[in-house]
Design a protein around this ligand. Structure first.
Ligand code: HEC
Length: 237
């Protein structure tokens, strides 16, 4: 059987499936855009940067350091700033907190405490300060494991069917084999580079290339299959 010579009900089945998957894919891209890209681009962050923030995190510094680099830096001496930054870099542990606590009490609590009456986050106890010393390491291993296995299982099934339909096309067997394999390669690259981006932000490009390759190959499979079923003329076998 080829797609061109398949019976009418088979063509209808394949067509409905391919159209649903095509629309589903567009929805997935839209979802990704709305969740991962758009909130960042509002703040002027590009797509690569957004992928890096998602998987690698923002390790340049903590919110506390950011504040000290900014307007809050005027509230303490350079030596005190150094001490606080050193404490953060050593892991911002509770054990070492007493060494820097006087700085917070003397330089910051005037405004950053419940007593000050100002609508500011209090910064007197370890718990209060440590809310601002978390380094953002991106997506956790736990959630990476979760989304990786869900995607690998789910998407392999989709490709099994789209490739399984496309494999009956009349495209040259070599090219056909290639186009059957590419979506699987692309998903390995895509998911693999989620993990590598956690280690090295440059892999954000591989995340994007993998995703694009997957979309393009899926689109090509769908378009070629539909074309052969409904538009390609020629003698039926
Ligand atoms: C004179 C009052 C005052 C003092 C003293 C002060 N701050 Fe602030 N702080 C503010 C105000 C007002 C804001 C909010 C506006 C802003 O972010 O610039 C703020 C914001 C912050 C934020 C950001 C809070 C957030 O929700 O992101 C941090 C962190 C911070 N301060 C840390 C400190 C530290 C550490 C010190 C002591 C070295 C300190 N501040 C001393 C007035 C003060």
């Amino acid at each position: 059987m080829t797609l061109r010579t398949a019976s009418f009900p088979v063509k209808v089945l394949f067509t409905c499936f391919l159209l649903s998957i095509g629309i589903g894919y567009l929805m997935a891209v839209l979802y990704l855009f709305l969740i991962d890209i758009e909130p960042h681009s509002k703040k002027g962050t590009g797509m690569v940067r957004a992928v890096i923030i998602k998987y690698y995190g923002q390790r340049g510094g903590t919110r506390l350091e950011g504040a000290l680099e900014g307007a809050m830096g005027d509230n303490l001496s350079p030596a005190q700033k150094k001490e606080v930054v050193a404490w953060i870099r050593k892991g911002a542990t509770e054990a070492d907190f007493p060494s820097v606590q006087p700085i917070f009490t003397n330089q910051c609590a005037g405004c950053h405490s419940k007593e000050s009456g100002m609508p500011l986050p209090p910064l007197t106890t370890y718990e209060e300060v440590s809310a601002y010393t978390q380094i953002d390491l991106g997506q956790s291993i736990k959630s990476l494991v979760r989304v990786s296995h869900i995607h690998l299982f789910g998407i392999s099934f989709i490709f099994m069917f789209t490739s399984g339909i496309f494999v009956f096309s009349e495209v040259n067997p070599r090219w056909r084999a290639l186009l059957v394999a590419i979506p699987f390669l692309a998903i390995w690259v895509d998911i693999g580079s989620w993990w590598f981006t956690k280690l090295q932000p440059l892999f954000a490009y591989a995340v994007i290339i993998g995703g694009l390759l997957m979309g393009l190959s899926l689109a090509l499979q769908i378009v070629l299959s539909l074309y052969e079923m409904w538009l390609k003329g020629g003698r039926s076998q």
